[in-house]
Design a protein around this ligand. Structure first.
Ligand SMILES: [Zn+2]
Length: 233
């Protein structure tokens, strides 16, 4: 195998590895990122808390109404029992019963408001729980497919690494050093093919002599503009 072909194959392996690593990075970040699930959990928790607070308020408002009704009944029963005969006392009892009934209207209004608030909190909680269930099943599903992809990518990278080792072992240290240096300086692409007598990476037109040299197996040619190693297929 000519040096240029060996380097070209190394470049193909490295480019494939670069792509696999970039994708692996995205997959791993996605697997770690459960922000939307966390948000759904938070919203469901706060909706559940709001519902139980609203139910508590309603219970209290209901108890107040019941207690006041009992008090009104007691007041009216002493009013009509005949036990109180003093007109001043009777008048006081009548006034008190009237005041309690006015207050009852206020408390009943409050109870109605509390019931409406409970109903709306229950609806909101129901929606939040449904959204949470959807987010959880979505997350599980997504996790499964990304985990599979992650395992596949790790396997691919390992296979590419083995192939890489077999190739680099056959390269002279000088060539390999140049290759690594160009990979670093030229965005990961050290070796390029020749396309219609131009550099496949930067597009510079190459002289016929250079194209010929790149095609001959003996020597290594480089693009005069970008410095990349040319592979004349
Ligand atoms: Zn070039």
């Amino acid at each position: 195998m000519s040096q240029a072909l060996t380097l070209y194959r190394l470049q193909q392996i490295d480019s494939q590895t670069d792509r696999a690593r970039a994708r692996l990075d995205i997959v791993q970040k996605t697997l770690e990122d459960d922000a939307s699930l966390k948000q759904a959990i938070q919203q469901a928790e706060s909706a559940a808390a709001e519902q139980s607070a609203a139910e508590g308020n309603q219970k209290q408002a209901d108890a107040e109404v019941q207690a006041l009704r009992v008090k009104i009944e007691q007041t009216e029963s002493s009013l009509y029992s005949g036990a109180v005969r003093n007109p001043k006392e009777l008048q006081d009892l009548q006034n008190e019963a009237a005041a309690l009934k006015r207050h009852l209207i206020t408390l009943e209004d409050r109870l109605l408001e509390a019931m409406l608030a409970t109903e709306s909190a229950q609806d909101k909680n129901k929606r939040a729980q449904a959204l949470l269930a959807a987010a959880q099943s979505n997350w599980t599903e997504q996790n499964q497919s990304f985990s599979q992809e992650q395992a596949g990518l790790l396997k691919d990278i390992q296979k590419l690494n083995t192939e890489r080792l077999a190739i680099t072992g056959s390269l002279a240290a000088e060539q390999f050093g140049l290759y690594e240096q160009l990979r670093q300086q030229r965005g990961g692409l050290a070796v390029t093919n020749i396309q219609e007598n131009t550099c496949g990476a930067c597009g510079t037109t190459l002289t016929p002599a250079l194209v010929q040299a790149a095609r001959s197996s003996g020597q290594m040619s480089r693009c005069p503009t970008c410095g990349r190693i040319l592979f004349g297929n």
